[in-house]
Design a protein around this ligand. Sequence first.
Ligand SMILES: CC(C)(COP(=O)(O)OP(=O)(O)OC[C@H]1O[C@@H](n2cnc3c(N)ncnc32)[C@H](O)[C@@H]1OP(=O)(O)O)[C@@H](O)C(=O)NCCC(=O)NCCS
Length: 168
Amino acid sequence: VDAASAVIRAQEPQDRAALDALHEQAFGPGRFARSAYRIREQVEATRGFINLCACLGPELVGAVDLTPITVGGRGGALLLGPLVIADAYKNKGIGLRLMQESAAQAVTDGNAVILLVGDLPYYARGGYQCVPRGQIEFPAPVDLGRLLYLELKPGVIGAYSGLVCGAR
Ligand SMILES: CC(C)(COP(=O)(O)OP(=O)(O)OC[C@H]1O[C@@H](n2cnc3c(N)ncnc32)[C@H](O)[C@@H]1OP(=O)(O)O)[C@@H](O)C(=O)NCCC(=O)NCCS
């Protein structure tokens, strides 16, 4: 099994059970308290989400979800999370491919920046950097030291400051 043989495609309604099982395995019942879930709850629009999965044959082995947000009222931003890979398929580059494919689709959709709360040593592989402390705030408690961004349009991060809200 290698990353190149995984097919990355949009999540479909019939993937629901496999996606729930994947998220349950990775995060347990506490997943509903995670920042990305809480932000997503606020978003009523059905446009602008990016929901991808990675498949090997019939098996769904990974997924990533990006939710449209505003930062200090400014749109063109997405919150990535969660990114999850099934235990048996970790460390094969599939997570990185989902990170990269989601960024490519975010560009196509006209977005300027992706935010996430996660580990810099991992997400730096996809070009993510630390948001300067104090620039961006969340409505729910998150570890702001782990708040990362990926610019899709060079130089835009300075224009994104203030509170993160689900886009409406
Ligand atoms: C984090 C996760 C998505 C990575 O997916 P993956 O497909 O296994 O990762 P990749 O194959 O792209 O990259 C693997 C490399 O990243 C490293 N890595 C994985 N998680 C890391 C982390 N949290 N911090 C630093 N490095 C990490 C691995 O050690 C490996 O290093 P190597 O290439 O030097 O051997 C996956 O491990 C996972 O689902 N974890 C549980 C859920 C989670 O924590 N998600 C992130 C928060 S939303």
